[in-house]
Design a protein around this ligand. Structure first.
Ligand SMILES: [Fe+2]
Length: 405
Protein backbone atom coordinates (compact mmCIF):
# COMPACT_ATOMS: atom_id res chain seq x y z
CA UNK A 1 0.00 0.00 0.00
CA UNK A 2 2.22 2.84 -1.21
CA UNK A 3 0.13 5.90 -0.26
CA UNK A 4 1.51 7.90 2.65
CA UNK A 5 -0.83 8.57 5.52
CA UNK A 6 -0.39 10.16 8.96
CA UNK A 7 -2.97 9.55 11.69
CA UNK A 8 -3.13 10.76 15.28
CA UNK A 9 -0.15 12.15 17.14
CA UNK A 10 3.27 11.65 15.51
CA UNK A 11 6.44 13.68 16.22
CA UNK A 12 7.78 16.02 13.53
CA UNK A 13 10.98 13.96 13.13
CA UNK A 14 11.06 10.16 13.05
CA UNK A 15 13.07 8.28 15.67
CA UNK A 16 12.97 11.20 18.08
CA UNK A 17 11.33 11.66 21.47
CA UNK A 18 7.55 11.56 21.43
CA UNK A 19 5.95 12.19 24.81
CA UNK A 20 2.48 12.16 26.34
CA UNK A 21 1.23 15.41 27.91
CA UNK A 22 2.48 14.15 31.31
CA UNK A 23 5.97 13.67 29.90
CA UNK A 24 5.86 9.89 29.53
CA UNK A 25 7.78 8.62 26.53
CA UNK A 26 5.85 6.72 23.82
CA UNK A 27 7.45 3.61 22.27
CA UNK A 28 8.12 3.74 18.53
CA UNK A 29 7.61 0.58 16.45
CA UNK A 30 8.60 0.26 12.82
CA UNK A 31 6.39 -2.25 11.02
CA UNK A 32 8.00 -2.85 7.64
CA UNK A 33 8.18 -5.29 4.77
CA UNK A 34 11.12 -6.96 3.04
CA UNK A 35 13.72 -6.38 5.70
CA UNK A 36 13.57 -2.57 6.05
CA UNK A 37 13.63 -2.29 2.24
CA UNK A 38 9.96 -1.78 1.31
CA UNK A 39 6.76 -0.18 2.60
CA UNK A 40 6.60 0.51 6.31
CA UNK A 41 4.82 2.48 9.00
CA UNK A 42 5.93 3.91 12.34
CA UNK A 43 3.52 3.37 15.24
CA UNK A 44 3.73 5.10 18.62
CA UNK A 45 2.68 2.87 21.53
CA UNK A 46 1.75 3.75 25.09
CA UNK A 47 3.33 0.48 26.27
CA UNK A 48 6.28 -1.61 25.09
CA UNK A 49 4.88 -3.59 22.14
CA UNK A 50 7.22 -6.57 22.72
CA UNK A 51 5.93 -7.46 26.18
CA UNK A 52 4.55 -11.00 26.64
CA UNK A 53 3.60 -12.55 30.00
CA UNK A 54 2.56 -16.01 28.80
CA UNK A 55 2.50 -18.12 25.63
CA UNK A 56 0.92 -21.43 24.69
CA UNK A 57 -0.09 -23.41 21.62
CA UNK A 58 -3.28 -22.49 19.76
CA UNK A 59 -4.98 -25.73 18.76
CA UNK A 60 -6.29 -24.69 15.38
CA UNK A 61 -9.07 -26.41 13.46
CA UNK A 62 -8.08 -29.04 10.89
CA UNK A 63 -5.48 -27.52 8.54
CA UNK A 64 -4.81 -30.70 6.60
CA UNK A 65 -4.65 -30.65 2.81
CA UNK A 66 -5.09 -33.64 0.51
CA UNK A 67 -4.21 -33.67 -3.20
CA UNK A 68 -7.01 -33.26 -5.73
CA UNK A 69 -6.47 -36.86 -6.80
CA UNK A 70 -7.80 -38.45 -8.93
CA UNK A 71 -7.74 -35.00 -10.52
CA UNK A 72 -11.18 -33.59 -11.29
CA UNK A 73 -13.09 -30.31 -11.44
CA UNK A 74 -15.24 -29.80 -8.36
CA UNK A 75 -18.26 -27.87 -7.12
CA UNK A 76 -18.13 -26.89 -3.44
CA UNK A 77 -21.20 -25.54 -1.64
CA UNK A 78 -19.88 -23.23 1.06
CA UNK A 79 -23.35 -22.48 2.39
CA UNK A 80 -23.56 -26.07 3.62
CA UNK A 81 -20.55 -25.56 5.90
CA UNK A 82 -22.37 -23.61 8.63
CA UNK A 83 -25.92 -25.01 8.57
CA UNK A 84 -26.65 -23.64 12.05
CA UNK A 85 -26.36 -20.12 10.61
CA UNK A 86 -28.84 -20.60 7.76
CA UNK A 87 -31.63 -18.03 7.91
CA UNK A 88 -30.64 -16.88 11.35
CA UNK A 89 -30.80 -13.34 12.61
CA UNK A 90 -28.91 -11.48 15.29
CA UNK A 91 -30.91 -13.10 18.09
CA UNK A 92 -29.76 -16.63 17.22
CA UNK A 93 -26.06 -16.48 17.97
CA UNK A 94 -23.93 -19.52 17.19
CA UNK A 95 -20.76 -18.20 18.82
CA UNK A 96 -18.69 -18.79 15.70
CA UNK A 97 -16.06 -16.09 15.18
CA UNK A 98 -14.29 -14.98 12.01
CA UNK A 99 -10.81 -16.10 13.08
CA UNK A 100 -11.00 -19.39 14.97
CA UNK A 101 -14.13 -20.45 13.05
CA UNK A 102 -12.54 -20.38 9.58
CA UNK A 103 -12.81 -23.70 7.77
CA UNK A 104 -10.07 -24.48 5.26
CA UNK A 105 -11.30 -25.09 1.71
CA UNK A 106 -8.23 -25.08 -0.50
CA UNK A 107 -4.53 -24.41 -0.22
CA UNK A 108 -1.05 -24.81 -1.60
CA UNK A 109 2.38 -23.41 -0.79
CA UNK A 110 1.32 -19.87 -1.78
CA UNK A 111 -2.24 -19.34 -0.58
CA UNK A 112 -5.03 -20.79 1.54
CA UNK A 113 -8.75 -20.15 1.06
CA UNK A 114 -11.16 -20.52 3.96
CA UNK A 115 -14.80 -19.71 4.69
CA UNK A 116 -16.64 -18.69 7.84
CA UNK A 117 -20.10 -17.52 8.90
CA UNK A 118 -19.50 -15.55 12.10
CA UNK A 119 -21.74 -13.88 14.63
CA UNK A 120 -19.33 -13.52 17.57
CA UNK A 121 -16.40 -11.18 18.11
CA UNK A 122 -13.12 -12.86 17.23
CA UNK A 123 -10.13 -12.90 19.54
CA UNK A 124 -7.30 -10.51 18.78
CA UNK A 125 -5.31 -12.08 16.01
CA UNK A 126 -2.36 -11.69 13.66
CA UNK A 127 -1.42 -13.70 10.64
CA UNK A 128 2.37 -13.97 10.61
CA UNK A 129 2.39 -16.03 7.41
CA UNK A 130 1.17 -13.43 4.94
CA UNK A 131 -1.33 -10.74 4.04
CA UNK A 132 -5.02 -11.54 4.18
CA UNK A 133 -7.68 -10.56 1.68
CA UNK A 134 -11.09 -10.98 3.32
CA UNK A 135 -14.09 -10.79 0.99
CA UNK A 136 -17.37 -9.98 2.77
CA UNK A 137 -20.03 -12.02 1.00
CA UNK A 138 -22.84 -10.88 3.30
CA UNK A 139 -23.37 -9.05 6.58
CA UNK A 140 -21.34 -6.29 8.16
CA UNK A 141 -18.60 -5.97 10.75
CA UNK A 142 -16.05 -3.72 12.35
CA UNK A 143 -12.51 -4.75 11.62
CA UNK A 144 -10.65 -3.29 14.59
CA UNK A 145 -6.91 -3.02 13.99
CA UNK A 146 -3.87 -1.59 15.69
CA UNK A 147 -3.95 1.11 12.96
CA UNK A 148 -7.62 2.00 13.53
CA UNK A 149 -10.97 0.56 12.50
CA UNK A 150 -12.59 -0.28 9.19
CA UNK A 151 -16.37 -0.58 8.93
CA UNK A 152 -17.02 -3.23 6.30
CA UNK A 153 -20.04 -4.74 4.61
CA UNK A 154 -21.26 -6.76 1.67
CA UNK A 155 -18.89 -6.72 -1.29
CA UNK A 156 -15.90 -5.34 0.60
CA UNK A 157 -12.41 -6.67 0.20
CA UNK A 158 -10.35 -6.03 3.31
CA UNK A 159 -6.59 -6.18 2.81
CA UNK A 160 -4.75 -6.77 6.08
CA UNK A 161 -0.93 -6.68 6.01
CA UNK A 162 1.01 -9.56 7.51
CA UNK A 163 1.32 -9.43 11.32
CA UNK A 164 -1.26 -6.65 11.77
CA UNK A 165 -3.04 -7.20 15.08
CA UNK A 166 -6.79 -7.09 14.55
CA UNK A 167 -10.12 -8.60 15.39
CA UNK A 168 -13.48 -8.85 13.62
CA UNK A 169 -16.66 -7.81 15.42
CA UNK A 170 -19.86 -8.61 13.48
CA UNK A 171 -22.25 -5.68 13.54
CA UNK A 172 -25.13 -7.90 14.52
CA UNK A 173 -28.00 -5.90 13.06
CA UNK A 174 -28.06 -7.85 9.81
CA UNK A 175 -27.31 -11.34 11.10
CA UNK A 176 -23.98 -13.13 10.75
CA UNK A 177 -21.15 -12.03 8.50
CA UNK A 178 -20.07 -14.39 5.73
CA UNK A 179 -16.36 -14.13 4.93
CA UNK A 180 -14.37 -15.70 2.12
CA UNK A 181 -10.82 -15.51 3.43
CA UNK A 182 -7.87 -15.55 1.04
CA UNK A 183 -4.70 -15.92 3.08
CA UNK A 184 -1.46 -15.39 1.17
CA UNK A 185 2.00 -16.55 2.11
CA UNK A 186 3.15 -13.21 0.68
CA UNK A 187 1.94 -9.65 0.38
CA UNK A 188 -1.31 -8.91 -1.46
CA UNK A 189 -1.88 -5.68 -3.37
CA UNK A 190 -3.05 -4.15 -6.63
CA UNK A 191 -1.75 -5.80 -9.80
CA UNK A 192 1.73 -4.44 -10.43
CA UNK A 193 0.82 -3.52 -14.01
CA UNK A 194 -1.82 -1.11 -12.67
CA UNK A 195 0.83 0.89 -10.84
CA UNK A 196 3.21 3.64 -11.92
CA UNK A 197 6.88 3.25 -10.97
CA UNK A 198 6.06 5.29 -7.85
CA UNK A 199 3.00 3.23 -7.00
CA UNK A 200 0.12 5.39 -8.24
CA UNK A 201 -2.83 3.56 -9.79
CA UNK A 202 -2.66 4.27 -13.52
CA UNK A 203 -5.42 5.45 -15.85
CA UNK A 204 -6.05 1.97 -17.27
CA UNK A 205 -6.54 0.45 -13.80
CA UNK A 206 -10.19 -0.45 -13.06
CA UNK A 207 -10.10 1.40 -9.72
CA UNK A 208 -8.16 4.25 -8.17
CA UNK A 209 -7.07 5.63 -4.81
CA UNK A 210 -10.44 7.32 -4.21
CA UNK A 211 -12.02 3.87 -3.99
CA UNK A 212 -9.76 2.67 -1.15
CA UNK A 213 -11.04 3.18 2.40
CA UNK A 214 -8.54 3.81 5.17
CA UNK A 215 -8.74 3.00 8.90
CA UNK A 216 -10.18 5.52 11.34
CA UNK A 217 -7.98 7.09 14.01
CA UNK A 218 -6.32 4.42 16.17
CA UNK A 219 -7.88 3.58 19.51
CA UNK A 220 -6.11 3.36 22.86
CA UNK A 221 -7.60 0.65 25.08
CA UNK A 222 -6.44 0.29 28.69
CA UNK A 223 -6.81 -3.38 29.55
CA UNK A 224 -4.44 -5.92 31.05
CA UNK A 225 -3.61 -9.52 30.12
CA UNK A 226 -5.00 -9.63 26.59
CA UNK A 227 -4.57 -12.71 24.41
CA UNK A 228 -3.45 -12.47 20.79
CA UNK A 229 -3.84 -15.51 18.53
CA UNK A 230 -0.94 -15.77 16.08
CA UNK A 231 -1.06 -17.92 12.96
CA UNK A 232 2.43 -18.83 11.80
CA UNK A 233 4.57 -21.41 10.10
CA UNK A 234 5.60 -24.38 12.20
CA UNK A 235 5.84 -28.13 12.37
CA UNK A 236 3.85 -29.65 9.50
CA UNK A 237 2.79 -26.31 8.01
CA UNK A 238 0.33 -23.82 9.49
CA UNK A 239 0.15 -23.71 13.29
CA UNK A 240 -0.86 -21.21 15.96
CA UNK A 241 0.40 -19.75 19.22
CA UNK A 242 -1.43 -17.60 21.76
CA UNK A 243 0.52 -14.79 23.40
CA UNK A 244 -0.81 -13.05 26.48
CA UNK A 245 0.23 -9.40 26.52
CA UNK A 246 0.39 -7.43 29.77
CA UNK A 247 -1.40 -4.52 28.06
CA UNK A 248 -3.95 -4.22 25.29
CA UNK A 249 -2.34 -4.36 21.81
CA UNK A 250 -4.41 -1.34 20.76
CA UNK A 251 -2.38 1.37 22.49
CA UNK A 252 -1.25 3.44 19.50
CA UNK A 253 -1.62 7.23 19.76
CA UNK A 254 -0.53 7.85 16.18
CA UNK A 255 1.19 6.34 13.18
CA UNK A 256 2.40 7.30 9.75
CA UNK A 257 3.69 5.53 6.70
CA UNK A 258 2.61 3.48 3.71
CA UNK A 259 1.72 0.15 5.34
CA UNK A 260 -1.78 -0.27 6.79
CA UNK A 261 -5.02 -2.18 6.20
CA UNK A 262 -7.63 -0.85 3.80
CA UNK A 263 -10.97 -1.76 2.24
CA UNK A 264 -12.22 -1.72 -1.32
CA UNK A 265 -15.77 -2.52 -2.40
CA UNK A 266 -16.37 -4.72 -5.42
CA UNK A 267 -19.10 -2.29 -6.61
CA UNK A 268 -16.36 0.31 -7.09
CA UNK A 269 -14.61 -1.90 -9.62
CA UNK A 270 -15.14 -0.44 -13.10
CA UNK A 271 -15.15 -3.42 -15.48
CA UNK A 272 -13.25 -3.29 -18.74
CA UNK A 273 -15.31 -4.68 -21.63
CA UNK A 274 -14.66 -5.28 -25.31
CA UNK A 275 -16.15 -5.81 -28.75
CA UNK A 276 -15.30 -9.49 -28.36
CA UNK A 277 -14.67 -11.59 -25.24
CA UNK A 278 -12.04 -10.16 -22.91
CA UNK A 279 -9.77 -12.59 -21.02
CA UNK A 280 -9.74 -12.82 -17.22
CA UNK A 281 -6.68 -10.55 -16.71
CA UNK A 282 -8.95 -7.53 -17.46
CA UNK A 283 -10.92 -8.56 -14.38
CA UNK A 284 -7.91 -8.60 -12.06
CA UNK A 285 -8.11 -6.71 -8.79
CA UNK A 286 -5.20 -7.92 -6.59
CA UNK A 287 -2.23 -10.26 -6.70
CA UNK A 288 0.10 -12.09 -4.35
CA UNK A 289 3.11 -14.29 -5.00
CA UNK A 290 1.88 -17.37 -6.87
CA UNK A 291 -1.74 -16.25 -7.31
CA UNK A 292 -4.00 -13.52 -8.67
CA UNK A 293 -7.44 -12.32 -7.53
CA UNK A 294 -9.95 -11.29 -10.20
CA UNK A 295 -13.62 -10.34 -9.99
CA UNK A 296 -16.49 -10.63 -12.42
CA UNK A 297 -18.99 -7.83 -11.85
CA UNK A 298 -22.28 -6.82 -13.51
CA UNK A 299 -21.39 -5.35 -16.90
CA UNK A 300 -22.33 -4.80 -20.50
CA UNK A 301 -20.88 -7.60 -22.57
CA UNK A 302 -19.29 -8.02 -25.99
CA UNK A 303 -20.80 -5.87 -28.73
CA UNK A 304 -19.51 -7.44 -31.97
CA UNK A 305 -22.65 -8.47 -33.91
CA UNK A 306 -21.48 -12.10 -33.96
CA UNK A 307 -19.94 -12.15 -30.49
CA UNK A 308 -20.36 -15.07 -28.10
CA UNK A 309 -20.39 -13.33 -24.71
CA UNK A 310 -19.71 -16.33 -22.46
CA UNK A 311 -16.09 -17.51 -22.32
CA UNK A 312 -14.60 -19.80 -24.92
CA UNK A 313 -13.49 -23.19 -23.61
CA UNK A 314 -10.10 -22.73 -22.11
CA UNK A 315 -7.20 -24.80 -20.93
CA UNK A 316 -5.30 -22.54 -18.63
CA UNK A 317 -2.27 -24.78 -18.57
CA UNK A 318 -0.38 -23.05 -15.76
CA UNK A 319 -3.21 -22.46 -13.28
CA UNK A 320 -5.83 -23.91 -11.01
CA UNK A 321 -8.90 -21.65 -11.07
CA UNK A 322 -11.23 -21.08 -8.11
CA UNK A 323 -14.46 -19.18 -8.72
CA UNK A 324 -16.55 -18.05 -5.76
CA UNK A 325 -20.06 -17.15 -6.90
CA UNK A 326 -21.27 -14.38 -4.64
CA UNK A 327 -24.12 -12.63 -6.40
CA UNK A 328 -26.27 -12.30 -9.50
CA UNK A 329 -26.72 -15.12 -11.95
CA UNK A 330 -23.61 -16.59 -13.49
CA UNK A 331 -24.50 -17.13 -17.14
CA UNK A 332 -21.87 -19.70 -18.13
CA UNK A 333 -22.55 -22.05 -15.20
CA UNK A 334 -26.34 -22.47 -15.61
CA UNK A 335 -27.40 -26.09 -15.35
CA UNK A 336 -24.46 -27.15 -13.20
CA UNK A 337 -25.98 -26.68 -9.75
CA UNK A 338 -23.83 -23.59 -9.14
CA UNK A 339 -25.63 -21.10 -6.93
CA UNK A 340 -24.95 -18.34 -4.36
CA UNK A 341 -21.96 -19.33 -2.24
CA UNK A 342 -20.80 -22.04 -4.66
CA UNK A 343 -17.18 -22.55 -5.60
CA UNK A 344 -16.01 -24.16 -8.81
CA UNK A 345 -12.49 -25.57 -8.86
CA UNK A 346 -11.12 -25.98 -12.36
CA UNK A 347 -7.69 -27.58 -12.12
CA UNK A 348 -4.99 -27.14 -14.74
CA UNK A 349 -5.04 -30.08 -17.11
CA UNK A 350 -8.82 -29.98 -17.53
CA UNK A 351 -10.34 -27.86 -20.32
CA UNK A 352 -13.30 -25.97 -18.92
CA UNK A 353 -15.88 -23.53 -20.18
CA UNK A 354 -19.63 -22.89 -20.30
CA UNK A 355 -22.05 -25.64 -19.34
CA UNK A 356 -24.10 -27.20 -22.18
CA UNK A 357 -26.58 -24.74 -23.66
CA UNK A 358 -24.95 -21.60 -22.22
CA UNK A 359 -22.69 -21.05 -25.26
CA UNK A 360 -25.61 -20.77 -27.71
CA UNK A 361 -27.94 -19.09 -25.21
CA UNK A 362 -25.56 -16.18 -24.59
CA UNK A 363 -25.60 -14.99 -28.20
CA UNK A 364 -27.30 -11.59 -28.39
CA UNK A 365 -27.23 -11.06 -24.62
CA UNK A 366 -26.09 -7.52 -23.79
CA UNK A 367 -25.66 -7.57 -20.01
CA UNK A 368 -24.43 -10.10 -17.45
CA UNK A 369 -25.73 -9.65 -13.93
CA UNK A 370 -23.05 -11.72 -12.22
CA UNK A 371 -20.74 -11.35 -9.28
CA UNK A 372 -17.85 -13.70 -8.66
CA UNK A 373 -14.42 -13.58 -7.06
CA UNK A 374 -11.76 -15.68 -8.75
CA UNK A 375 -8.42 -16.88 -7.44
CA UNK A 376 -6.03 -18.34 -10.00
CA UNK A 377 -3.03 -20.11 -8.55
CA UNK A 378 0.16 -21.18 -10.27
CA UNK A 379 0.65 -24.30 -8.16
CA UNK A 380 -1.95 -27.05 -7.83
CA UNK A 381 -4.47 -26.58 -5.06
CA UNK A 382 -5.12 -29.24 -2.48
CA UNK A 383 -8.38 -29.88 -0.65
CA UNK A 384 -8.95 -28.85 2.95
CA UNK A 385 -11.48 -30.45 5.28
CA UNK A 386 -14.16 -27.94 4.29
CA UNK A 387 -13.81 -28.72 0.59
CA UNK A 388 -13.91 -32.43 1.30
CA UNK A 389 -17.15 -32.02 3.24
CA UNK A 390 -19.11 -29.82 0.78
CA UNK A 391 -18.07 -31.28 -2.59
CA UNK A 392 -21.14 -32.25 -4.65
CA UNK A 393 -19.22 -35.13 -6.23
CA UNK A 394 -20.93 -34.84 -9.62
CA UNK A 395 -19.82 -31.47 -11.06
CA UNK A 396 -17.16 -33.20 -13.18
CA UNK A 397 -19.91 -34.75 -15.30
CA UNK A 398 -21.89 -31.52 -15.84
CA UNK A 399 -20.49 -30.83 -19.32
CA UNK A 400 -21.32 -34.35 -20.55
CA UNK A 401 -24.92 -34.15 -19.37
CA UNK A 402 -27.45 -32.78 -21.87
CA UNK A 403 -24.91 -31.80 -24.50
CA UNK A 404 -26.47 -29.62 -27.22
CA UNK A 405 -29.26 -28.22 -25.05
FE1 LIG B 1 -11.95 -20.28 -16.47
Amino acid sequence: MPYYRAVGAVPPKRHTQHRAPDGTLYFEELMGEEGFSSDSSLLYHVHIPSAIVEYRAWEMPDQSLLPNYPMTPRHLSTHKLFPESAGRGAADATGVDAVTGRRLLLGNADVRIAYVVADAASPYYRNAIGDECLYIEEGSAEVETVFGDLVVGQGDYVIIPRATTYRIVPSGSGGPVRIYAIEGNSHIGPAQRYLSKHGQLLEHAPYCERDLRMPSDPRVVEEENVEVYIKHRGPGGVVGTIHTLPHHPFDVVGWDGCLYPYAFNIRDYMPITGKVHQPPPVHQVFEGTGFVICNFVPRKVDYHPDAIPVPYYHSNVDSDEVMFYCGGDYEARKGSGITQGSISLHPGGHTHGPQPGAYERSIGVEFFDELAVMVDTFRPLELGEAARSCDDGVYAYSWARGEGQ
